[in-house]
Write a protein that binds this ligand. Structure first.
Ligand code: CA
Length: 368
């Protein structure tokens, strides 16, 4: 009962997760034990989609584990596994559902094959920025919908990181018009890839580890990755001529911490609160780190490596936006829950754009 109250009341749990764990069935009391288990030690595994210690994403997962360990005084120890150390990167969802690992650090768009609607909780082309995503998730009903979407899989999702606006990518072909997208072989995953396909391009799926050599060998003409910090680390400037912005396809990608529901309910209340608080801390920290390091890496790319940074022409972005609207709306047609997620996301975006037009955008325009 205590678990349910924690997550369902207006207390810390509701604040941290954005609200109740709706649609998760009638949980009975776990039969006690937790109340007297305050000194019990828990050892959890966290599987991740990222290479171990990968800057930003992997180190963000490490920070989450470290914070939980420190705040719990060592009562909840989380061992972090990089991609393929315990399970392959795209089997994390199943590993946490089955309890092979109690926790995963990843991003929701990787589960589009199982749950296409999950993509709304990661990022969608021409969708919301990091600031707007956090507003929707924490205070706009997004978190409750995310929990409802994952509930049938025995998972509790929590926002745990954000890359901010990504870059459009590295190109070995100038993009001056929509025509230049025709036949363009580009590594670009997810909905962005589908949008490129409908614009005449050829989206190619490949893990991050193969990007450099594929671009070098001309197997692909272009690739997106993340932003200056991660792209510089991959040395993509050595194998591509032009660095385009903005990252219309990933305007503020939310990372997720997924938690096995049974494992979470076994924790005493204070440890549950610590896990949620650590996720929120990492959610904020990762965005700050990406912003600071992207800024610095961009200077390095431009000043030391003479990278040709270019903006996509407006007609190209207009075309991609029009196609994106169609592609994203199609996600709503799958089932009743998807329709509600789409409705909530789109309505929130519409409203927050009206506000940000006269706040963030207006300010950035006049700041110079
Ligand atoms: Ca990306």
């Amino acid at each position: 009962m205590k678990r349910r109250q924690f997550l369902g009341t207006a207390g810390a749990g509701a604040l941290l997760t954005g609200g109740v764990l709706s649609g998760c069935g009638q949980e009975s009391s776990k039969g006690g034990g937790q109340a007297t288990a305050s000194q019990q030690t828990f050892n959890w595994k966290m599987v991740t989609t990222w290479q171990k210690n990968f800057p930003g994403l992997g180190t963000g997962a490490n920070l989450l584990a470290q914070l939980v360990g420190e705040m719990s005084g060592g009562r909840l120890n989380i061992k972090v596994y990089g991609a393929n150390e315990l399970v392959p990167p795209l089997e994390i969802f199943d590993a946490v559902t089955s309890g092979t690992a109690e926790m995963g650090h990843t991003s929701a768009y990787y589960w589009k094959g199982k749950i296409p609607t999950a993509q709304f909780f990661s990022t969608v082309p021409f969708g919301m920025t990091a600031q707007e995503m956090n507003a929707w998730l924490y205070y706009g009903g997004g978190m409750e919908l995310w929990q409802e979407v994952y509930a049938p899989h025995g998972l509790i999702p929590v926002a745990a990181g954000n890359s901010g606006v990504q870059m459009g990518g590295w190109f070995n072909r100038e993009i001056n018009s929509v025509e230049d997208l025709r036949g363009l072989k580009m590594r670009i995953p997810g909905l962005g890839g589908e949008v490129l396909r409908r614009a005449g391009g050829i989206p190619v799926g490949m893990p991050g580890t193969e990007i450099f050599t594929s671009l070098q060998a001309g197997v692909i003409d272009a690739t997106e990755w993340v932003g200056p910090w991660n792209d510089l680390a991959k040395a993509l400037h050595k194998v591509a001529k032009y660095y385009y912005y903005p990252g219309w396809h990933e305007p503020g990608t939310t990372m997720e911490c997924m938690i096995n529901r049974t494992a979470f309910e076994t924790l005493p209340d204070d440890l549950q609160s610590i896990v949620m608080t650590a996720c929120k801390a990492v959610n904020i920290d990762m965005l700050a780190e990406f912003t600071a390091r992207n800024n610095k890496a961009l200077q390095t790319l431009v000043n030391e490596h003479n990278v040709d940074v270019r903006e996509f022409p407006k007609p190209v972005l207009d075309k991609l936006r029009a196609i994106s609207t169609e592609v994203v709306a199609e996600l709503a047609g799958q089932d009743e829950l998807s329709a509600r997620v789409y409705e909530s996301y789109s309505q929130f975006q519409q409203q927050v754009v009206a506000w940000h037009d006269i706040s963030e955008r207006a300010y950035l325009n006049v700041r110079g």
